[in-house]
Write a protein that binds this ligand. Structure first.
Ligand SMILES: Cc1ncc(COP(=O)(O)O)c(C=O)c1O
Length: 367
C-alpha cells in the first residue's frame, strides 16, 4: 500500500499531501472522474434515493438507476443486455459461474489478474495455467490436459494492468478453433472505454465478433463511473443471473454510483474524441520513453511499463519524481509486474503534451 492519499478527483493534476501534482497513476484514462455531469448525476441520485437499496436485486433491491446504467451499457457495447454488478473483480466470478454449464476446464494466462484466478476458483472447474501471452503453450496445455469431449474456456486479462500488454486474442482463438465448444473470456478492466473503434475493449480492438467470446468490463476506470458490466445476449445475461448468486444476493453498487455511471457512459459515447486524444497522448508518450531506452511498442494501451535496467534504482526515480510534483507508480508486486518491478505510467486523454514532455524530461535527468 502506498502512503499517498488523494485529496481531489483523479485527473491530470491532483492534490496529494498538500500539493497539486501532475498525475500519471491510476486508471482514469478518459479523464472522466470528477466531470461535472457525472458528479451532478451522482448528487441528484443521492438526494433523491439515498445511498443504497438496502437489499439485493433478488429482493426489493431492483432500482430504476440500475436499469438506466444497464440500458446505457447495452447501447455502449451494442448488445441486447448487460448486467451491472458490484465490481469487475466480482464480475469475473459471475461470468465463470454463469457460463459453468458450457465448459469443463479453464486455461488461464499465468499472469492474469487476481480476480480472474479467484473467479475461476469459485466456479470450481479444473484450472490449468499457460505461459503468459503464449498461444503455443496454450495449445500444448490444451493437448496435454483436455480429456475427450471436454470443452475448454480460456481466460486472460485483455490488457495487463502493469505491463500494459494486450492479450493475443486472435492467436488464442486460432488455437481454440479445433476444440469443440471452446470459449475465450477477457478481463477488459484496462481496455473498457479505451481500446477499439467504439471503445468496447480488446474484442473491438481486434474486430472479433463471436458468441464464443465474452469480456468483463469495469466502469470504475477509464469510463469514470463505478461497478462492473457484463454485456451480452439476453440468454447470456439470464444464465448469469440464474447461475451466479452474486448479482442477486450481494448488495448492488450504491444508487448514486449507478446514476453517475449511466451519465459517464453517455459522455464516453457522445465524446469519442476523448478516446482519440488518449491514443494520440499514448503514442506521444511511448515515443518519448522509447528515446530514453525502454522498448515500447506502438500499442494504444494507456499503460507504459518502464522495466528495471542495470544500474537504475526505480524506487529512487519514483521518489525524485514525486519531489518534483510528478506522480508515477513504482510497482514491485502485482499481477503482470515484470521481474525487478517497474515504473507504471498511466496516460490520460486529459494530459497535455507538455505534461508528458516534462515527465519524460525529468525521467531523462534522473537516468
Ligand atoms: C485486470 C483487472 N481486472 C479487474 C480489476 C477489478 O476491477 P474493479 O475495480 O471494477 O473491481 C482490476 C482492478 O484494478 C484489474 O486491474
Amino acid at each position: 500500500m502506498t502512503a499517498f492519499a488523494l485529496a481531489s478527483p483523479p485527473g491530470p493534476r491532483v492534490l496529494i499531501d498538500g500539493s497539486w501534482r501532475d498525475y500519471f497513476a491510476g486508471t482514469g484514462y478518459l479523464g472522466l472522474q470528477g466531470h461535472p455531469a457525472i458528479v451532478r448525476a451522482g448528487i441528484e441520485a443521492l438526494e433523491r434515493y439515498g445511498l443504497t437499496t438496502a437489499t439485493s436485486r433478488g429482493g426489493y433491491g431492483e432500482h430504476e438507476a440500475f436499469r438506466a446504467v444497464e440500458a446505457a451499457a447495452s447501447r455502449f457495447w451494442d448488445v441486447e443486455r448487460a448486467i451491472y454488478v458490484p465490481s469487475a473483480y466480482l464480475g469475473n466470478a459471475i461470468l465463470l459461474q454463469g457460463l459453468r454449464p458450457d465448459y469443463d476446464r479453464v486455461f488461464i494466462d499465468e499472469a492474469s489478474h487476481y480476480s480472474a484466478w479467484d473467479g475461476a476458483r469459485t466456479a470450481g472447474a479444473p484450472l490449468v495455467p499457460f505461459h503468459h501471452r503464449d498461444p503455443e503453450d496454450l495449445e500444448r496445455q490444451l493437448k496435454t490436459h483436455l480429456l475427450p469431449r471436454e470443452r475448454p474456456l480460456v481466460i486472460s486479462d485483455g490488457v495487463f494492468p502493469i505491463s500494459g500488454a494486450i492479450a493475443p486474442a486472435l492467436a488464442f482463438l486460432d488455437v481454440l478453433a479445433p476444440f469443440d465448444g471452446g470459449m475465450l473470456c477477457l478481463d477488459d478492466a484496462h481496455a473498457s472505454g479505451v481500446l477499439g473503434a467504439h471503445g468496447r475493449g480488446v474484442l473491438d480492438h481486434f474486430q472479433i465478433v463471436s458468441d464464443r467470446c465474452h469480456a468483463t468490463h469495469t466502469l470504475s476506470k477509464a469510463l469514470g463511473g463505478y461497478g462492473g458490466i457484463l454485456p451480452g445476449s439476453a440468454s447470456f445475461v439470464a444464465a448469469l443471473n440464474r447461475l451466479s448468486a452474486i448479482s442477486i444476493a450481494a448488495s448492488p453498487p450504491p444508487v448514486p454510483a449507478a446514476q453517475a455511471s449511466a451519465a459517464a457512459l453517455a459522455l464516453a459515447s457522445a465524446e469519442p474524441e476523448r478516446r482519440h486524444r488518449l491514443w494520440a497522448n499514448v503514442a506521444h508518450a511511448r515515443a518519448a520513453f522509447r528515446v530514453l531506452g525502454w522498448s515500447l511498442n506502438d500499442s494504444p494501451a494507456p499503460i507504459l511499463c518502464l522495466g528495471a535496467r542495470p544500474g537504475l534504482d526505480l524506487a529512487h526515480i519514483q521518489r525524485q519524481l514525486f519531489a518534483r510534483d510528478l506522480c508515477v507508480a513504482h510497482v514491485t508486486r502485482y499481477s503482470s509486474a515484470p521481474p525487478g518491478g517497474a515504473l507504471r505510467i498511466a496516460i490520460f486523454a486529459t494530459h497535455t503534451m507538455e505534461q508528458i514532455d516534462r515527465l519524460a524530461a525529468e525521467v531523462a535527468g534522473l537516468l
